[in-house]
Design a protein around this ligand. Structure first.
Ligand code: 1DF
Ligand code: MN
Length: 351
């Protein structure tokens, strides 16, 4: 493997767009939440593992999540990552049943993140956290984060205590994101209680599969429920190669339209842009986080558009340097690689 360097000597900068961090306040609240009765089974499975399990992987990850300084920068240098776009790690505050506390933790995280970005403006950018449990304050925080802190995107870790963003109670949050021209990174969460059973039984509830199923479905229900007809300028970013939705696209279009024509569900109305795929192409960006796989990246570029596919590493959860080298070596024009690694991210995150 040739040495990976920052600085762009290969013809582009590498901007990684789904990179996680934690705060002490969040970890403390997670620990307490894990002790409460009726804890969410997905949260228990995922964060119970990262906080309590003695294996090497959770310790490596837990330590690195907490660092916004030298260790992280050294890891970026070793992997040739010029810039990380940081987001409060999943499920962040979405799982907290105390809405006030969730809101305060998100606000503090944004202050800490903005401070790290100010300390290392050439290496770090960030997305704003918010707690949609209190939609009004979440909307206010999005506005503050964009206008005062320079965080030009929002991260929402999929379902909020089992509820989805198409629920009209969250309208203010979507309205604020659209008004601030801030894309929402819809990052995975474990499936909610009423969805997780058979996955948990088979050890498939986490990033291995459950994340993608849950978040892909969340993205789809935003489309089919008409969110983008209500908020036409809203942009949503999804990771993990679009949570496999590009591969589903043909069937989604066919079966969705067949259902609409038959008036199968009274609540399901025809969409302004008709096809599900039109929304995937016009209201979504997709990153390759966790999918360092040339055929999947090219397929997505082909069906969604080269200007809508972005690079992400998913540090510290998945960060082998070999994956960066493999993506550098993709059989793809330098022009297209530069869009993928650099210029799409500069445009979407207003760098
Ligand atoms: C994992 C993966 C955990 C991702 C994450 O946040 C995460 C994991 C808690 O491997 O357990 O963001 N990921 O995006 O693939
Ligand atoms: Mn992630």
């Amino acid at each position: 493997m040739t040495e990976l360097k920052t600085g762009g000597s290969q013809g582009y900068l590498r901007i990684a767009t789904e990179e996680a961090f934690s705060t002490p306040e969040l970890i403390e609240a997670w620990r307490e939440e894990l002790e409460l009765p009726d804890v969410d089974p997905g949260f228990q499975s995922l964060i119970g593992f990262y906080i309590n399990h003695p294996a090497e992987r959770p310790k490596f990850i837990y330590d690195r999540l907490a660092d916004l300084g030298e260790t992280r920068l050294a890891d970026m240098d070793a992997r040739g990552i010029d810039r990380q776009i940081l987001a409060l790690t999943s499920p962040a505050t979405n799982v907290l049943r105390d809405a006030d506390r969730a809101t305060m933790i998100a606000e503090t995280a944004n202050d800490r993140l903005a401070e790290a970005c100010r300390a290392h403006p050439d290496r770090f950018s960030g997305m704003a956290a918010c707690a949609p449990q209190d939609p009004r304050r979440a909307a206010k925080e999005i506005e503050r984060a964009v206008t005062k802190l320079g965080l030009n995107a929002v991260v929402i870790n999929s379902h909020i205590l089992g509820e989805y963003l198409d629920n009209p109670k969250f309208s203010e949050v979507l309205e604020a994101a659209e008004a601030m021209d801030a894309p929402i990174y819809l990052h995975p969460n474990t499936p909610p209680r009423n969805m997780i059973g058979p996955m948990l039984e088979a050890g498939l509830d986490g990033a291995v599969f459950g994340f993608g199923v849950e978040t892909g479905m969340h993205a789809l229900r935003l489309i089919t429920s008409g969110v983008f007809d209500r908020f036409p300028r809203l942009q949503v970013i999804i990771g993990h190669m679009g949570e496999a939705l590009p591969f589903w696209m043909y069937r989604l279009d066919f079966m969705h339209q067949a259902g609409i024509r038959a008036n199968r569900y009274e609540f399901l109305k025809p969409l302004k842009k008709e096809k599900v795929s039109n929304y995937l192409k016009e209201n979504f960006y997709m990153t390759n986080s966790g999918v360092a796989w040339e055929p999947a990246i090219k397929f997505t570029q082909d069906v969604i558009g080269k200007d809508r596919v972005l690079y992400a590493m998913d540090y510290p959860y998945q960060c082998p340097a070999e994956e960066v080298a493999k993506l550098d070596a993709m059989d793809m024009s330098l022009e297209d690689k530069k869009m993928f690694f650099q210029t799409n991210a500069e445009r979407v995150f207003k760098l």
